[in-house]
Design a binder for this molecule. Structure first.
Ligand SMILES: *[C@@H]1O[C@H](CO)[C@@H](O)[C@H](O)[C@H]1NC(C)=O
Ligand SMILES: *[C@@H]1O[C@H](CO)[C@@H](O)[C@H](O)[C@H]1NC(C)=O
Ligand SMILES: *[C@@H]1O[C@H](CO)[C@@H](O)[C@H](O)[C@H]1NC(C)=O
Ligand SMILES: *[C@@H]1O[C@H](CO)[C@@H](O)[C@H](O)[C@H]1NC(C)=O
Ligand SMILES: *[C@@H]1O[C@H](CO)[C@@H](O)[C@H](O)[C@H]1NC(C)=O
Length: 410
């Protein structure tokens, strides 16, 4: 009797473990408060090794530190194969050590990039099964191995980067292609608790938040912004057409050319989960902070000495608190269409550097950045974002706090 029960449980376990991602993939997101990196947790390969991977909207594929990884189910992607072409592999790599993940011959070359070290490492593409914690699997998922040495800079406890750029081998595209699902994913970065990454359709939540999402086109930068690329490739990062910025309803006076992307791919606005705070071209940053400080002063908020990297800081005791965080001037990213904007309230615009000082959480991107506005992760914590690559639209909620919700309570 006992043994038949065990057998039953064994088969039940097998049944649970073999569910494919036909209904998409739900992954948790956690915030590392020290670095403001946001990461998810998956399992890889035959040993189902747990991998915490930092979410990177701008990265082209998944890589992780394989130094301690073993799996009997990994398969290298051969050079000159169709899969290698889809992965946009560059060259062919080999290895003189005993074969293991990250050490194979005749393997499609992967340029694995660690944005925190700004290093590009020549590796090979492989495939193995990826599992979510809730036992959903994605077979033959492409990835590259990295060495421990080049995995530094990632939040403590994490060992990889999960790329969500617009490539053939990113998680959302693989799930969409393998399970015949629409190529969409939604992202909700938590301020605390568990956020959500849902891949393979629009948001999985039934919340009425979904009804109030605002839509704006995702636009293509004609010149790649990746650390390694082939001449002629467009960017696979997510750009939106911010046309101006308003502070308490007043538009900044900034030359409109900073907001557009020129023929060399310079300018424009992209969304990044790797930048913790939004970086603005100096020619936008200066009038922006000036306008914010003026509007804050009009609200009787007292300025104090700035704390780097910020340039506009205030005495916390002169700022009241509302449901959307500190009561400060509202910032709007103005988007195409009639009266369309992405509103940023205190919870997303202000960062407390200590008990007494709170700063405008935007940084100076310098006088010649490649991209004029890089919207950083802190600015969209507790905002639900839906990337719809079928219709090339970004749908966003603005702050969920307005609706008395957060990413962990959606
Ligand atoms: C923001 O990112 C920078 C660059 O990675 C890092 O040095 C800094 O510690 C981060 N700031 C916070 C508050 O996490
Ligand atoms: C890999 O394993 C070695 C030996 O067990 C350990 O010292 C090292 O910290 C591990 N590295 C990682 C990245 O987990
Ligand atoms: C790669 O090929 C070389 C030369 O044939 C061989 O010595 C080496 O062991 C192979 N490496 C692997 C990982 O199979
Ligand atoms: C713009 O939209 C806001 C709500 O988001 C509304 O309060 C305001 O009246 C609108 N303005 C115009 C000119 O339509
Ligand atoms: C906001 O949500 C919390 C938790 O769901 C609830 O306890 C509280 O009553 C809500 N507040 C308002 C003003 O609706």
């Amino acid at each position: 009797m006992a043994s038949s029960l065990n057998l039953f449980l064994f088969f039940l376990a097998i049944l649970i473990s073999t569910s494919y991602a036909q209904n998409g993939l739900n992954l948790p997101i956690r915030k590392d408060a020290t670095t403001l990196q946001y990461y998810t947790t998956i399992e890889m390969g035959s040993t189902r090794a747990t991998v915490n991977a930092v979410i990177d909207l701008g990265a082209q594929f998944f890589w992780f530190d394989c130094d301690n990884y073993s799996s009997s189910s990994y398969v290298p992607i051969p050079c000159d194969s169709q899969k290698c072409e889809l992965a946009k592999g560059i060259g062919c790599v080999g290895c003189n050590m005993p074969p293991r993940p990250g050490c194979t011959n005749n393997t499609c070359g992967a340029s694995a990039y660690n944005p925190f070290q700004r290093v590009l490492v020549s590796q090979g593409f492989e495939e193995d099964t990826l599992y979510s914690k809730d036992h959903v699997k994605v077979p033959q998922f492409p990835y590259a191995c990295m060495n421990t040495r080049f995995s530094e800079g990632l939040a403590s406890g994490t060992s990889g980067i999960l790329g969500l750029a617009r490539t053939e081998i990113s998680l959302h595209k693989q799930v969409a292609n393998k399970f015949n699902l629409p190529d969409k994913f939604s992202l909700c970065l938590p301020s605390s608790g568990l956020g959500k990454l849902y891949v393979g359709g629009g948001s999985s939540s039934k919340s009425d938040v979904l009804k109030s999402l605002i839509s704006t086109p995702l636009i293509v930068n004609p010149v790649s912004t990746a650390p390694a690329y082939t001449v002629g490739d467009p960017s696979d990062e997510y750009f939106i057409n911010v046309q101006s910025i308003r502070v308490n309803g007043q538009p900044l006076s900034v030359k409109s050319s900073y907001f557009t992307i020129d023929k060399n791919g310079v300018g424009g606005t992209k969304i990044s989960t790797i930048n913790n705070f939004t970086a603005l071209h100096s020619s936008i940053y200066k009038p922006f902070t000036r306008a914010f400080v003026k509007a804050a002063s009009d609200m009787k908020i007292r300025s104090v000495d700035a704390v780097a990297p910020f340039r506009a800081c205030f005495s916390s005791s002169t700022i009241s608190t509302t449901v959307t965080g500190p009561s400060v001037p509202t910032i709007e990213l103005v988007l195409p269409g009639n009266n369309v904007s992405w509103k940023i309230y205190g919870a997303n615009s202000m960062f407390a550097v200590n008990k007494n000082v709170i700063c405008l959480a935007f940084v100076d991107g310098g006088s010649s950045p490649r991209t004029s506005i890089v919207i950083g992760a802190y600015q969209f914590e507790d905002n639900l974002l839906e990337f719809d690559l079928v219709s090339s639209q970004l749908r966003f909620s603005s702050s969920l706090l307005v609706q008395n919700k957060t990413c962990s309570r959606l």
